[in-house]
Design a protein around this ligand. Structure first.
Ligand code: GUN
Length: 278
């Protein structure tokens, strides 16, 4: 069966919009885009549109690719102090002359709706999570809709990035699964995947994971979004062959992608509520 991320994300956005309609002040999200990478520009536009759709206050801030580290840090500082803003997101990757880690650490952890600040990552590791990285959290929401009990299940995350692989593994561990983190260099990945009840692919290599690597009845979550030479999009999983084996599988596009954005809205609402309660 297909896990319809588009549909699950839509439900989540409707529930958020319903909550926003009851609030005196609009939750505010600021998204900073540095430079003009076309893929990043599309993501930022989608985030901005999603904010408007649910009734948030949204600030889309475009900075030129030659902005200095100091200028970018003072922009973050300005947003930290801005009472209209509950969430701050700096779209990654940043141009190579900028230190992304220092920028992330400059964001007030209570406004870090990406969940990338070391304080939020630390809380996730302690299973006391507050603001959790959007893509892995969105995957957990998708897994919940299947009704599958993750306790004790063998889960493999392929990819170990700070944005997806590492926090994804921690989410699954927090759900009391048995978690293995692999990467593109893992020895005999097919044999390892063959044991997995749940596979999360976040390695960034189009169609790398083949159907005959998948255990019969497994759940396959494809986080990859790769642009092929013909302009079409492909995940990290070879969907056609994997679909023959999996009990549940996510498509690309229309799988994890919409969930990341809906979860960003969810995190912004969480950050808003926490600030209002103070
Ligand atoms: N680039 C790719 N994914 C993400 C994300 O979830 N957040 C940010 N800030 N940048 C990204």
């Amino acid at each position: 069966m297909i896990i319809d991320g588009k549909q699950i994300a839509k439900k989540l956005r409707i529930s958020i919009a319903d909550q926003v309609a009851t609030l005196d002040r609009k939750p505010g999200l600021a998204v900073i885009l540095v430079g003009d990478d076309p893929a990043s520009a599309v993501y930022v536009r989608n985030k901005d549109n999603a904010c408007k759709e649910v009734g948030f206050y949204a600030e889309k801030i475009n900075k030129s690719a030659d902005i200095t580290q100091t200028e970018l840090l003072s922009e973050v500082e300005r947003l930290n102090k801005d009472d209209k803003i509950d969430g701050i997101l700096v779209q990654l990757p940043l141009p190579s002359h900028l230190d992304a880690n220092q920028v992330i650490e400059a964001i007030n952890p209570n406004k870090d709706v990406d969940g990338f600040h070391s304080e939020n990552i630390g809380k996730l590791m302690q299973n006391k999570a507050y603001l959790r990285p959007c893509t892995p959290k969105g995957v957990m929401t998708m897994l919940a809709t299947t009704g599958i009990d993750l306790v004790g299940k063998d889960c493999i995350v392929v990819g170990a990035s700070n944005i997806v692989g590492r926090p994804m593994a921690m989410e699954l561990l927090n759900a009391r699964a048995t978690v293995t983190i692999c990467n593109s260099k893992t020895q005999d990945l097919p044999a390892k995947l063959k044991q997995a009840d749940v596979v999360v692919a976040a390695v960034g290599i189009p169609k790398m994971i083949q159907g005959d690597w998948i255990k019969e009845g497994a759940v396959v979550i494809d986080v990859g979004i790769n642009r092929l030479d013909d302009g079409s999009l492909a995940g990290d999983v070879d969907f056609d062959s994997a679909q023959q084996k999996a009990a549940w599988i996510t498509p690309v596009p229309g799988g994890v992608g919409p969930m990341t954005i809906a979860t960003l809205l969810e995190n912004t609402l969480t950050a808003y509520k926490a600030r209002e309660e103070k």
